[in-house]
Ligand binder design. Sequence first.
Ligand SMILES: *Cc1c(COP(=O)(O)O)cnc(C)c1O
Length: 359
Amino acid sequence: MASLSDLPIRDDLRGLTPYGAPQKHVRYALNVNENTHPIPEDVARDIVESLARAVLTANRYPDREFTTLRESLAAYLGHGLGPEQLWAANGSNEIIQQLLQAFGGPGRSVLGFPPTYSMHPIITAGVGSTWVAAERDADYEISPETAVRAIEQHRPDLVFLCAPNNPTGTALPLETIAAAYEATDGIVFVDEAYAEFMPKGQPSALTLLPGRERLVVSRTMSKAFAFAGVRLGYLAADPAIADALRLVRLPYHLSALTQAAAVAALSHAPEMLAMVDDIAFQRDRMVAELPSLGFHPWPSEANFVLFDGVEDPQATFRALLERDILIRDVGIPHALRVTAGTAAETDFFLESLASVTRR
Ligand SMILES: *Cc1c(COP(=O)(O)O)cnc(C)c1O
């Protein structure tokens, strides 16, 4: 068998490592921020009926413009958005890839603020763009001044923000997004994968879209919506952004089955999102209880908690795995990240963490 270095691979890909969150079969999978509650059975049945109808015409290519899905997504997001402002792909990862194919590519740069979503630099490298890492303020925050300073220093073609941020859970003020937009002529991309978990009434970057044609806000059905296995991510932006993505997307990139499943699920949005409040409650419970176990949790507006004060993260990770719990070592020294699941999952995680780290 050959190894990678034996192949005529692009020079700029040599030595890179792929995305690799461990996929292990465990009872308590709290490592990739999925919604751990299953899809309600009546909703699942409705989705299957839609799929059955879609299969009957699967001899034909699907609607290349996924018109019905864009209407459903616009209705779900509200904020006065029209279907022409929506675009969808196979997960928000593909949204990011298409955005970078259109606005990045070789010779262009993307500014981000680590620690942040690990796929942002990986997809950047995949399209041959340069990832430029800027510093955050204390407590993982990004003030408008910090964002503007980094943009003026590096003059990137795209600015990537993540709100709330993965893996820290940190909120991002709209003032930072607005200031970043003013400071650049490039694309400002806000990854709102966890928006549904933000405190009620807290405004989304969607509110900033009017009059900002270079602002792109992405969402996903993978997290709050309990639909990670279907692969459906989407963005809201000026309709001209969709025109740019049409130049780089593969024709018929969203299968008829994906479209049918997503439209059916969106018609049951309240049921699909029914557990979001409970998940946020479990998240807040972990933030409240971790200090009594000797850890320091960071405030989180997402469905996970990053906590530090872990003496040996790899040892704790392994000890939890022996108890059938999978969490995430995100590479931050003395820290681990855990997804907020059901009450029972949270109980078992907290008990197990206490017993494997008792000093
Ligand atoms: C999980 C996650 C995504 C989701 O990606 P999909 O491809 O839609 O499953 C996107 N952005 C961030 C920051 C995430 O944490």
